[in-house]
Design a protein around this ligand. Structure first.
Ligand code: AMP
Ligand code: ZN
Length: 458
């Protein structure tokens, strides 16, 4: 069996991955807060952990992997969105959840086995908070319940490499009066009548953010599981707090053994932000005609632990490559298994760039079946992802090729190349690459190919 190596944030080393139970490999990834469309950065962890999910299924068998990714559907950002729009919270979260699934589906992400909503696990969260209070790791104060970091001081901060004392020294925020230690974080907080709330031993209230992942991971994966993932912006405080809650509530378990964090996405070398005007959602890009498969390809070309720079140039190059590969593999039957070299690249801490280099090699060698099967393992060149090419795949370019060939033949005799130049310019404007040689003419669809524009070439 292939040995997968993964970089574990907890130990800061690349380790051999050995599952607790190879008949049921378990992974939890923090999902979105549902109040708005996912931006392009939000899609990065989805694609990264989708590749890991596919690799685990390949190695351990598709029935032997359990992947959980939550939806945070109780949060102050959601409450604010409801208040400003006048729409009911349930309507906003249901709509946004579906948008997320549609957009991520367009990027070729498989749906996880479980997609728990936080509001469906309030009972489990309350039970876990009660356990933490009983064990002396949490305390109630003024309608709030707080986790007491001093009760776990030696271990708190280990994942992100901070100590409680350093954190306190660095904290400049005003500290709520009910906190015993400035680093104590909220497990439960009171809700006024106009906010979502649930009855609890501490009055009507709602959970803090971190407790949901601990409660849902425990319910669905048990007190020890294999992999926990998310963006590296979640390492502190979110993941640190998840670990504190889970390990204190279930001291016999390990919570997650491997922690994987993806680096952030930037746009044209800059942080993506609304103020810089380079902020866009996945839906915006799809709407502009950038195929989901192209977005996925660009994502996979950078290793997940490196910052990923989204550029228009990369998207154009990806589109050209995918068009070539799709033409090369048209009508080919996939082989039974992905190439060992591609699996080996992925098993080396998800070296997706290395896997893509292998695909380029298969294409260069004309190994269409090898290319197709291995690309499909990466979620590329699948039938579902191919509509953007087949939409335009029906155009017959041979007629245009003959026309240009004939025009050139005439021009050779008359020495008047104006018609050849006119035709070439028209084809280039339609997004075709024009390849002319003595033997003939070839028109190859490139990035931005638009069959409709061929009509303009009279
Ligand atoms: P949020 O909605 O901000 O909680 O983010 C949801 C997920 O998107 C988390 O896993 C974040 O780590 C991830 N994320 C947010 N911004 C970026 C970014 N620019 N690049 C990569 N991942 C991001
Ligand atoms: Zn989480």
């Amino acid at each position: 069996m292939t040995t997968i190596k993964l970089h574990n944030t907890r130990t800061r080393t690349k380790e051999d991955f050995v599952p607790i139970d190879d008949a049921n490999v378990r992974m939890y990834v923090c999902g979105p807060t549902v109040y708005d469309r996912a931006h392009l950065g939000n899609a990065r962890p989805v694609v990264v952990f989708d590749v890991l999910y596919r690799l685990l299924r390949e190695v351990y068998g598709s029935d032997h992997v359990t992947y959980v990714r939550n939806f945070t559907d109780v949060d102050d950002k959601i409450n604010a969105r409801a208040a400003e729009s006048g729409r009911p919270i349930g309507e906003i979260t249901a709509e946004t959840t579906q948008w997320f699934l549609d957009d991520m589906g367009a990027l070729g992400a498989l749906e996880p086995d479980h997609m728990p909503r936080a509001t469906q696990y309030i009972g489990q969260m309350i039970a876990m908070i009660e356990t933490l209070i009983e064990k002396g790791h949490a305390y109630a104060a003024e309608g709030h319940v707080l986790f007491a970091v001093d009760s776990w001081k030696e271990k708190y901060g280990k994942l992100s490499g901070r100590s409680v004392d350093d954190m306190i020294a660095g904290a400049r925020v005003e500290v709520a009066p009910y906190k015993r230690n400035p680093m104590d974080f909220v497990l439960w907080k009171p809700s006024s009548e106009d906010l979502p709330g649930w009855e609890s031993p501490w009055g009507r209230g709602r959970p803090g953010w971190h407790i949901e992942c601990s409660a849902m991971a425990h319910e669905l994966l048990g007190e020890s599981f294999d992999i926990h993932g998310g963006g590296n912006d979640l390492m502190f405080p979110h993941h640190e707090n998840e670990i504190a809650q889970s390990c204190c509530a279930h001291p016999t378990g390990d919570f997650a053994r491997f922690w994987l964090h993806n680096e952030m996405l930037q746009v044209e070398g800059k942080k993506m932000s609304k103020s810089l005007g380079n902020f866009f959602t996945v839906h915006d890009l799809l709407d502009q005609g950038v195929p989901g498969e192209v977005i996925r390809f660009v994502f996979l070309s950078t290793h997940y632990r490196k910052p990923m720079d989204w550029t228009e140039k990369k998207a154009r190059e990806a589109e050209t490559t995918l068009r070539k590969w799709r033409a090369l593999t048209a009508g080919i039957e996939p082989a039974a298994r992905a190439a060992p070299s591609v699996i080996a690249a992925l098993a080396d801490d998800l070296n997706t760039a290395g896997a893509i280099a292998e695909l380029h090699r298969f294409a260069a060698e004309g190994d269409a079946a090898g290319l197709l099967t291995s690309a499909q393992m990466l979620g590329l060149l699948t039938e579902e992802m191919g509509a953007w090419v087949s939409d335009q795949g029906d155009v017959d370019l041979s007629e245009h090729e003959t026309r240009l060939f004939e025009a050139r033949k005439t021009a050779m005799e008359t020495k008047d190349f104006s018609e050849v130049d006119r035709l070439k310019a028209g084809y280039v404007a339609a997004g075709l690459e024009v390849r002319m040689s003595k033997a003939g003419v070839e028109l190859v669809p490139g990035a931005g190919f638009d069959a409709a524009k061929l009509e303009a070439v009279e």
